[in-house]
Each structure stands twice: as C-alpha cells, then as structure tokens.
Write a protein that binds this ligand. Sequence first.
Ligand code: PMP
Ligand code: GLN
Length: 383
Amino acid sequence: LVPRMQGFGTTIFAEMSAMAVATGSINLGQGFPDTDGPPAMLEAAIDAIRGGGNQYPPGPGIPELREAVAAQRLDRYGLEFDPATEVFVTVGATEAIAASVMALAGPGDEVIVFEPYYDSYAATIALAGAVRRAVTLRPVQGRFTFDPDELRAAVGPRTRVILVNSPHNPAGTVFTRDELQVIADVCREHDLVAITDEVYEYLTFDDAEHIPLATLEGMRERTVSISSTGKTFSVTGWKTGWVTAPAPYVRAVQTVKQFVTYAVGGPWQRATAYALRNEMPWVEELRKSLQGKRDRLISGLEAAGFETYRPQGTYFVQADIRPLGFTDGMELARALPEKAGVVAIPTQVFYDDAAAGAHFVRFAFCKKDEVIDAAVERLIDLR
Ligand code: PMP
Ligand code: GLN
C-alpha cells in the first residue's frame, strides 16, 4: 500500500457492520434503511433490465437522468443547470466527492473540512496528495456549529477547496443561511471552490430548511454540488449520484471519473430519473417518518442515560457517553456488541482533534420502530 493511504485501513462502517453480523447485534451503526424505496421505482429498474438497458450507458450519464436532475435543482432551489454540460452522473456521492477532490486539489493544496467529517473526505484528500485542514463543529446550545474565526484562520495560501456537508453526517446540523454566508464570504474572498455534499437534502426535520450553498450570491459559479439516490429514495446499495456545477468544473470532474469507473449502471439511472420526477410525495412521507424515528430513538437513548443532540437532518443521533460514566467512544463502541448486542459508530474516527470527539458515539434511526425499541431495551441496562 502506498504511504499516503497508510493508516486508512478498513472503514469504520465495514468494521462495525461485520461486528454486528458476527455478534448478532442490532446494527445502528452504518446508515442504511431496513425498508425498501418506492415500489414503482424498484419496478422501473427491473423494467430497464428486462427492456435490454444493460450495456454501457453514456459516460456522463443517461440524458433522461441528467434532465431529471436539472429539473429537480430548478424546481426545488431555482438553480439552473444545462443537463448537457452542467450535470454529471457518478457512482454514488462517494465517487462524486472523490473525483471532485482529485480534480480540484493537487499535491500540497489544502482542503478545508468541517469535523467530524464523513470518512471518505479524509481518504480522497489523501489520495489527491492534498492536505486537510479541519474546522471543528462544537455543540452550542444543543446544536453543532463552527466558529467563523476558526474557519477564517484555517485558510492559507495553499487553500483551494472547502468541502461542506449539510445536512451534516454525523453532527445532524443543517447549516443556516448565516452560517452558509460565512462560508460563501470566505470562498469569494480567497477565490476558493466549494464542494457541497447534499446527500441528505430531503431528510430535514422540524423547521430546518436545506439551503444549497450554490444559491447564495456569487456561489453558483464556484460550487460543485453533489447528491445521490441512496438516502433520498432508501436505496443505499444503488450507488447512483450526481454533480451539478459550471461546465468547466464538470469537465474537470469527468476527466477523473471516466478513468475510475467510466459510467454508472444504466438500470439505476433509469429508475432514479423516474423517481426524481414521480416519487417526491413518497420522499415527504419518508421524511416525516424519520422525524418520528429520530424522536423515538432520542427518548430511548436519554432514558438509557446518554446525552443526545437532536439532529436537524440525516439518519443519525450524536450521543455523549460521559453521563454513563464512559469516556472513550471507541472503547465503548467496540465493547457494545458483547455488552448490549447493539452496534454504534465511534465518531472520534471522524475528528483530527481527538479530544473534541472522544466521547461521542453515533446511532442510526433509519430503522423500523420495533428495531429501535429493541435496541433501546438492550441499552437500558448499560448503566
Ligand atoms: N456523504 C455522506 C455525508 C454520507 O453520509 C454518505 C453515505 N450515504 C455519502 C456521502 C455516500 O453516498 P453514496 O452512497 O451515494 O455514495
Ligand atoms: N453513509 C453511511 C453512514 O454514514 C455509510 C456509507 C458507507 O458504508 N460507506 O453510515
């Protein structure tokens, strides 16, 4: 293994899911729903296969999907993109993130991330030979946010990119317009490109509103926006995502992506195009149901003695383990399957500042109510 990838080992999601299987634990670790996406969308994929859509699709994605993505960005956010040159299909958001980072940050360039950060960010920045600078999200009145001065201080002469994830996994924060404005000002002042990971764009709760960074003044021309099918339509295994950005950025991302995977499975693309046009009422029901599951899990975790942070979006609750007498989230997460038959993710692996994240574990609530209840029942005896 080349030196720059040493230390990345096996992802925490693979490690903890394997542990869940090996111990027969309830898996509230890796974020995947235990209920399928909209039936007509599943049928659309089957129809595409039966209909012979099984050879290489066009590298940038099938026109039908690129048009559906452009229509979605326009209808929902008022953002206009040319489906022919400004929309590009990838193997999930994961490939979009990797190809964007590798296209836009080279050896020695710096990329700013907000920690805790989704694990693929650190690895793809390392693959690019670039350097990550983490700005820590800290709880302020029950919600994780950043200090604008820390963001400004993280920018240096080699900074090229800011990677922004909102709604944020695992902190659960949906950045407000004011927070986004701080990021936008930094980008414009220092001529940076923003890469935005918006995979939870539809999964927001209460009165939180997802605002794409690209909608802020002067940002459309310097933002590469990313989303995907997996979370919106509960098909995390479909690995179908997309980039919307000005044409020169799309060409840059395409230059990288074409040699990594060339294209994306045609049937998933066809079905995603169908879902983006027809299944938004289903997604609204999913959103509402997830909000209830969030509250259900939080009540249970609080009863078990955790201190929790109520997320404004995503699938996840950050829980502080200190009220239970524990201090090391990694130690607890590794012991939890044996101790309680439940799997969670130690979020300290997503921090450079180990002290800031040591005492958190993340629980997923994208599960059937009875699964959440069973997990809570097992956690009640932890104290
Ligand atoms: N970004 C974040 C913040 C995620 O939580 C995930 C996991 N869904 C991804 C990216 C990866 O998305 P995909 O499965 O579409 O590659
Ligand atoms: N996004 C999922 C999570 O945060 C995991 C995806 C993966 O396994 N890479 O749990």
